[in-house]
Design a protein around this ligand. Sequence first.
Ligand code: HEC
Ligand code: HEC
Length: 315
Amino acid sequence: MKKWLILGSLAAVVAGAVSFTTVPPVNTKAALGEKLFNEKILSKDSSVSCASCHIPSMGFADSTAFSIGIGETPTTRNTPSVLNMKHRPYFFWDGRAASLEQQALMPIANKDEMGLPVAEAVQRLRANKTYRNLFLKIFGSLPTAKNLSAALAAYEKTLETDDSKFDLSFDEEFPLTDSEERGRLLFVGDKAKCFDCHMGPDFTNDDFKNIGLYNGTTLNDAGRFKITGKKEDLGKFKTPGLRNVAITAPYMHNGMFKTLEEVVDYYNNPRAVVKDPVNIDESLREPLELTADERTDLINFLKTLTDKRFNKNPY
Ligand code: HEC
Ligand code: HEC
């Protein structure tokens, strides 16, 4: 069960039951999806799988600001975690995909990621005896673009992390430390205001916000604006969930912060880092004035959100 905190109080709301099965043997859509997630033949030169960038031991993110796909070209944005995607209404930093099924085929075809036309990916799976049999067994049909994306999405939907120290702390037998608890209260309180955007069971409002990482020149990824063309969306990015954030460094759409310390220092006074941010969210216009101890407490709270159950890669 995934629980979450309501503004400052200890109240827990049960947000949904989570169940999952893992491989091997491969006899469910999700298990087939896991195998495909780790399958390098889905890239043009068979050198890269989804898991090459979404690395299980790193919370299904990557350890570099930009990942390298086929060839030498780096991605233009930081690789986000694919944990806790099941309840998200949008995917990618700018929200350009509306479902995991739609999203799943995009990195395969993307010339800088896996660089393989989807039709060709399907042909390769059909030509492979193991996959032909698995798709026939599980979907009752040969591989198609549709069931390929369905399998990948089914796997991703199993990657729900609800067994962190934070989750356990709802049981009074496993309380947070004093520092973690002070950090939690800061997180949901009016001083740090994190919960304004990082709310709900996965610590995201599923909305697009501008935290000041756009000034048109040195920081020139226009984010959500690229999709909507609306001026008010300039510099807005999808609020990322914060579960497992302690193991998904570096941070932000451009990977510009290497540590949680740098992230919290940034929020404390954005303008000390970015001159003239365009369109920065109202809640971040004044420095937060968090003390050094408060910043430490906040980070200690963020570290309670880690659940490493999915960190091992069986393939
Ligand atoms: C070369 C590295 C790379 C590979 C390979 C890759 N991804 Fe990604 N993935 C990224 C990057 C970078 C982004 C963010 C791009 C953006 O927002 O514009 C991303 C975004 C995503 C997201 C959206 C997450 C969110 O928070 O919205 C999902 C889901 C995802 N990838 C799944 C996959 C799947 C499934 C595969 C394999 C079919 C895959 N990725 C292959 C780098 C990669
Ligand atoms: C106005 C909404 C808003 C507020 C308030 C806010 N955040 Fe964020 N947060 C975001 C958005 C949007 C991003 C992604 C920004 C980007 O990449 O350009 C983000 C990114 C992050 C990241 C990086 C996650 C990753 O995977 O890269 C961390 C950590 C984080 N926020 C923690 C916090 C903390 C701690 C606070 C309180 C001090 C806070 N946030 C307050 C919206 C907000």
